[in-house]
Write a protein that binds this ligand. Sequence first.
Ligand SMILES: Nc1ncnc2c1ncn2[C@@H]1O[C@H](COP(=O)(O)OP(=O)(O)OP(=O)(O)O)[C@@H](O)[C@H]1O
Ligand SMILES: [Mg+2]
Length: 303
Amino acid sequence: MKIVILSRSTALYSTQSLVRACMRRGHEVEIIDHLSLDLLIKDGDMQIKSNGYPIGPVDAIIPRIGSSVTTLGTSIIRQFELMNIFSATGSDALMRSRDKLSCLQMLASKNIPIPDTMIMNYLSFNQGFFKSHMKLPVIIKLLDSTHGLGVIISNSVKSTESTIETLYHLKQKAILQQYIRESSGSDLRIFVVDGKVVAAMQRIAAEGEFRSNLHRGGTSRMVRLTDQEMDDAVRSAEILGLGIAGVDMLRGKDRSFVIEVNASPGLEGIEGTTGVNIASKIVEYVEKGYHNQKEKGYANRSV
Ligand SMILES: Nc1ncnc2c1ncn2[C@@H]1O[C@H](COP(=O)(O)OP(=O)(O)OP(=O)(O)O)[C@@H](O)[C@H]1O
Ligand SMILES: [Mg+2]
């Protein structure tokens, strides 16, 4: 097969790992910076060009789209999909999964446990509403937080109110979330590919820190999941329509809560921690997707 990896940089660990896996499995592989692609939609015909030239035959794409270019990335993936080329991450699923709040709504509506979550109105902080549903401390989370930046712990009603007011004043969207005390500075990253859990790790926050992000100095180790955690992770990916997903959970007293589902999860931390060759599992998934499409007579390779 000819596989295109959409990635901003050839030097990234995840990109490199995918390239090696493609080559080991006998595929031709090309890395294309999605920001360099031009799309043409003309007379009902779709074309994708790189520097004005066709990019040649492609059997499948593996998008690695960062959250800062979700909308553009989605349009590019959609164009490939409309040309009947299999994408390891679907355009609709990518768009859906980047809206953290609607993800939580969708998961909760399908009985996936999430921490109690409140969206306070923009006009005034309703103390009565807050006090009757949330226990201190609470987490204040910017909807576009990343690497733990934009996740705040608040120990009083007054500081919650003033922080929320400040964020809204700065035109930042934020949610309030019940702090899961039992998880005490650790979370689970569960990697799902093609409806199966392929690897999992526990991330542990640095001393004195409540955020377990590796970017915030956290460390990681292998972890054994409960059947319930595995089931919830697989179902979360399925609900959001993701063939590849990094599902993040917090372990509470009686059960674990999903806090986030990542559509473009990094491979470095999880491959390094667990020794699982996740890139290979992703390429196997892509092979299967391509062959399914081919059997249905949909496969196309001319771009
Ligand atoms: N409700 C919560 N209770 C306890 N700890 C939490 C809660 N929400 C988040 N945390 C801690 O803060 C960390 C960062 O939160 P979260 O993953 O939601 O945002 P982010 O890491 O900034 O976003 P992204 O994962 O998209 O980069 C979590 O890994 C966890 O350790
Ligand atoms: Mg996170």
